[in-house]
Write a protein that binds this ligand. Structure first.
Ligand SMILES: CC(=O)N[C@H]1[C@@H](OP(=O)(O)OP(=O)(O)OC[C@H]2O[C@@H](n3ccc(=O)[nH]c3=O)[C@H](O)[C@@H]2O)O[C@H](CO)[C@@H](O)[C@@H]1O
Ligand SMILES: C=C(OP(=O)(O)O)C(=O)O
Length: 460
């Protein structure tokens, strides 16, 4: 592999956040959309490649700002990366430094998940506290306590988590770990650390998300000994070394869910693939409660059918296989135009309802108290300027804009671009009137609503 990194450096990334999305709502979607690889798998599997002393080829990598930044984190550690389309080659045979750069790590959450892998390889790691969506405090205490249980000395000072493994071998030791919360990131971080530890690690109350299983399968493909992935007990037998592999990431269930909601909210019929229907069970079940029909065209292809009436439904977000917190905001958009009153309880993150007030700008009737949103369905939304406050809030506003009468302008696209692979382009291909306007781009006259557009309604 050539000693270079083909991912752009952070400074050369475009200042995407000054651009806006303009949406002319009320146009039904049709055709087929291709679902990209899962963001939350890609990011943690890139961290997992640090465990391997040889080449790793990762396929179906989505094109996302977070993936670029994660690539830059690895590159800053001295790891070799090469990208060709959706294939990413990573060679971590040499990790030159144990210090991850603050400017990059603080831009995403998953960067912190690499501390376990760095510690397992080098016996020392210095990792700034992470960034990611501002949806709650998001501490890393479970990650730290798990690493300590495996024999690491860990201290957080001046915003940096310093960890080292005392003793000659520099290897972490297998341990029994109980997670107070079934944290996705802590499960992944500790699982990676345990693959190269001495002896057996048991993680109880482990997260069961498909992305955790994907990471486990990737590690197993490199020779790790992991049992129980997808259950709440993980048993990892440490090995001294992991070998090269060629691995394909699962489809993104949250992107697929977002397109299903796009179909429901615009009362459209189209198909999407590839998907793993099993990963979408809680999302499809909730859409069916709301009155949306979804059929399997083929084993990995779903078709959403035009919804006649959208009915209110209650939602409580929960760890997998419960309803995913990452789909809560998109469903809030959908329920805002359903018939009747819905109650949404966000129980995973303590501050993840900020999109409610932006949806109200579009004419929704949502009241928030604590972690609960009371959604009174309205017959119609109407376009307005809105601001995205986090990744899924951005998606929710795009969906609401597709359904609203007239023009919606969305700012804060840096959130959207962190986690959706060209959402606007994919929607355009389905027939949506959506346009990204860069600061220097003259405004497209077609997107200035005229009376015909403004009068057009997608209501039944
Ligand atoms: C990059 C990535 O994969 N992000 C996903 C991951 O985030 P992430 O791994 O950060 O989410 P967690 O599962 O860890 O968080 C769940 C809850 O546990 C709490 N907690 C977590 C760790 C800890 O040490 N202490 C603690 O108290 C969090 O504040 C939160 O309230 O899972 C979330 C829950 O499905 C998803 O919304 C994110 O999209
Ligand atoms: C919360 C999310 O991402 P992150 O954990 O990367 O902030 C998300 O994907 O919705």
């Amino acid at each position: 592999m050539k000693p270079s990194c083909s991912l752009p450096d952070a400074k050369s990334s475009p200042a995407v956040d000054s651009s806006v999305l303009q949406i002319q709502g009320g146009h039904p979607l049709q055709g087929h959309v291709k679902i990209s690889g899962a963001k939350n798998s890609a990011l943690v599997i890139m961290a997992g490649a640090l465990l391997c002393s040889g080449d790793c080829r990762i396929r179906n990598v989505p094109s996302l700002a977070d993936v670029k930044r994660m690539g830059q984190v690895l590159s800053a550690l001295g790891v070799q990366l090469q990208q060709h389309g959706d294939i990413l080659d990573i060679n971590a045979s040499e990790i030159r430094t144990s210090k991850a750069p603050y400017e990059l790590v603080t831009q995403l959450r998953a960067s912190f998940f690499a501390i376990g892998a760095i510690l397992a390889r080098l016996g020392v790691a210095h990792m700034p506290l992470p960034g990611g969506c501002a949806i709650g405090a998001r501490p890393v205490d479970l990650h730290v306590r798990g690493l300590q249980a495996m024999g690491a000395e860990v201290q957080i000072e001046h915003g940096i988590c310093h960890a080292y493994v005392p003793g000659k071998s520099g290897r972490l030791k297998g341990a029994k770990i109980y997670l107070d919360i079934a944290s996705v990131g802590a499960t992944e971080n500790l699982m990676m650390a345990a693959t190269l530890a001495e002896g057996e690690t048991i993680i109880e109350n482990a997260a069961r998300e498909p992305e955790v299983v994907d990471l486990a399968n990737f590690c197993i493909a490199m020779g790790a000994k992991i049992k129980g992935a997808g259950t709440s007990t993980l048993i990892i037998d440490g090995v001294p070394k992991l070998h090269s592999t060629d691995y394909t990431i699962i489809p993104d269930r949250i992107e697929a869910g977002t397109f299903l909601v796009a179909g429901a909210i615009t009362r459209s019929e189209f198909s999407l693939s590839p998907v793993v229907p099993d990963h979408l069970v809680p999302i499809i079940a909730k859409l069916r409660d709301i009155g949306v029909s979804i059929i399997e065209d083929s084993p990995n292809c779903l078709r959403i059918q035009r919804a006649e009436i959208l009915k209110a439904a209650d939602i409580e977000t929960l760890p997998y296989p419960g309803f995913p917190t990452d789909m809560q905001a998109p469903f809030m958009s959908l329920l805002s135009i359903a018939e009747g009153d819905s109650l949404i309880n966000e129980s995973v993150f303590e501050n993840r309802l900020r999109h409610a007030s932006e949806l109200n700008r579009l004419g929704a009737d949502i009241r928030v108290k604590g972690n609960t949103a009371f959604v009174k369905g309205v017959p119609l939304l109407s376009g307005a300027p809105v601001l995205a406050t986090d990744l899924r809030a951005a998606a929710a506003l795009v969906l609401a804009g597709l359904a609203a009468q007239g023009k919606t302008t969305i700012q804060g696209l840096r959130h959207l671009d962190r986690g959706y692979d060209q959402l606007d382009k994919k929607l355009q291909q389905l027939g949506a009137k959506i346009l990204r306007v860069e600061p220097q781009t003259p405004v497209d006259k077609d997107f200035v609503p005229n009376s015909t557009d403004a009068e057009q309604s997608i209501s039944t």
